[in-house]
Design a protein around this ligand. Structure first.
Ligand code: ATP
Length: 498
């Protein structure tokens, strides 16, 4: 058996408990390169530090037993080092003996990286070892409070404990312990407000993997201009994360694929959705999944998904998913991206934990067709250029977002109307940019922003929809047949000017 986990102690404790609860007792042995092979509670066997010697010693045991081997992966090869052929051979010999023998004997390799030599692939069962769940984290917190009750003042009710527990989901037990310790020594007492300390620690630990990032979500759905159909869809699912919804018989929403014209609010909507639902937003950098050495991408993907699951309920935002998976299945692919892609799809289809996948893509026509099949995502939305009414809203939002003497008196309905009219074909990002460049002009002269500054900014911008008119049209034609418009009025006035 192979257990891939960074939490060696937790795994060893679980194995210990599992072996202890067996109806037919078995001996428990442990090996590491520093301590050699030893029976639980016993002294080390002599000269069993080297893996081959250890495996021979194991082969000689004549009892029902479980042998837990820590870090044997270092001898089994990988991206950075070749396998040690003698260890692999000795392991195969033991496995063969165990299979043919009468006694129930099992080897469990515990390591942070899954590394199975091809010779042994058929003999090994890989067991997932998920990060700690809420019950384990809650027990850890209770234990720490009980132990430190004398020195730390604790002012926490049930709700506070729950919030601290939830904030720590997605970390290993050791990381959660560090975060709680920090929370205890920050300020004068441990209170619900320490959720922020724990979340900041979690943001750090999640970022350490280099694949995931906890994204702050200060955006409300109302900060997204237009896209009414998409916003309504999200709003309707606001409470579907509650236990109450599950009891009602409602499955948690699976995910959305959002594609469309660049700069029209795909990323913004991902942030707003998580904020509206009150659950964390975790961004998966799909490019990084593939950036490692060959073979590591599968490990990266598994780790990322396991972390996201542990943080559930959460939104897993896979930005620019097209860049990551576009190569899958093509002739230039060595097979790695197809495999990683396959495992991601399988996960998407089968996941039972409430991780909402928000995939955003600029060119989904490049994605393998399996991706778009019904059932993978709840819906595929197309975000088009904003139409006239949407542009009014976006101008208003961006002018209002920068309050102050410069913009205060400027956005009258007439001005918004005029700006929306002259900015036909602009994306939300281009409108935002026009507001910013207008402000630069005004600030340069140390005066208030005027309508003229904004008009000038619009006139001096050539929007992407004109520079890449053919491409945008092509995208729309493609989307018409396969996606749902994110705006109720899509296809109207926002068309590229002739
Ligand atoms: P890309 O495909 O280039 O990643 P995107 O569709 O994800 O683009 P966003 O990153 O969401 O676009 O938009 C960029 C910025 O433009 C946002 O931060 C926001 O300020 C502004 N913006 C875009 N669309 C809207 C909108 N509908 N309402 C308000 N602001 C918008």
């Amino acid at each position: 058996m192979f257990i891939e986990s960074f939490e060696e102690q937790r795994v060893l404790d679980e194995i210990d408990a599992a072996v202890g609860s067996l109806k037919n007792p078995r001996g428990l042995w442990h090996w590491s390169a520093t301590e050699g092979l030893r029976r639980a509670g016993g002294a080390p066997e002599r000269e069993t530090h080297a893996p081959v010697a250890m495996l021979r010693a194991i082969a000689r045991t004549q009892e029902r037993a479980v042998f837990v081997l820590s870090d044997l992966h270092a001898f089994l090869g990988g991206n950075t080092q070749p396998a040690d052929p003698q260890t692999v051979r000795a392991l195969r010999d033991v496995v063969r003996d165990f299979r043919s023998g009468e006694l129930a004997r099992t080897i469990i390799v515990v390591a942070p990286v899954l590394q199975i030599p091809p010779e042994l692939e058929k003999d090994v069962t890989v067991v997932d070892f998920p990060l700690p769940d809420a019950a384990e984290i809650r027990a850890l917190l209770a234990g720490m409070i009980a132990r430190n009750g004398d020195s730390v003042s604790v002012r926490l009710d049930d709700r506070g404990r729950d919030r601290l527990t939830r904030a720590a989901l997605g970390m290993t037990l050791a990381e959660a312990e560090n975060a709680f310790s920090l929370a205890m020594v920050t300020g004068t007492s441990l209170t619900e407000a320490d959720v922020d300390v724990v979340l900041a620690e979690k943001a750090q630990t999640i970022r350490k993997s280099g694949l995931l990032e906890l994204v702050p979500t200060e955006v409300a759905l109302d900060d997204v201009g237009g896209l009414d159909a998409l916003k309504t869809w999200l709003d309707k699912r606001r409470d579907s994360w509650l236990a109450e919804a599950a009891a009602y018989g409602l499955p948690a929403p699976k995910g959305l694929l959002i594609t469309g014209v660049p700069g029209c609010g795909k990323s913004l909507t991902a942030k707003a959705a998580a904020a509206a639902w009150g659950i964390p937003l975790i961004r998966l950098d799909i490019g990084r999944v593939f950036a490692g050495l060959v073979g590591a991408s599968e490990h990266n993907m598994r780790t990322a998904l396991a972390t996201a699951e542990a943080c559930a309920p959460c939104v897993l935002w896979v930005d620019e998913i097209d860049k990551g998976f576009a190569g899958a299945g093509t002739a230039s692919d060595t097979g790695t991206s197809a495999r990683v892609f396959g495992s991601f799809l399988a996960w998407l289809q089968e996941k039972t934990v409430p991780v909402f996948v928000m995939a955003t893509a600029n060119r989904i026509e490049n994605l393998p067709p399996e991706f778009l099949r019904k059932g993978r995502f709840d819906e595929i939305f197309f975000v088009d250029l904003p139409d006239f009414a949407e542009r009014i809203e976006i101008w208003r939002l961006h002018l209002a977002r920068r309050p102050g003497p410069a913009t205060g008196q400027e956005h009258t309905p007439e001005l918004l109307w005029e700006l929306a009219r002259i900015s036909a074909g602009f994306s939300g990002a281009e409108i935002e940019q026009a507001v910013v460049s207008g402000l630069f002009e005004a600030y340069f002269d140390r005066r208030a922003l005027t309508a003229r500054d904004l008009q000038h900014a619009v006139e001096s911008t050539v929007p992407l929809s004109i520079v890449h008119a053919a491409r945008v049209n092509e995208l729309r034609e493609w989307a018409k047949l396969r996606t749902v418009p994110a705006s109720k009025t899509a296809g109207g006035e926002g068309r590229i000017p002739e």
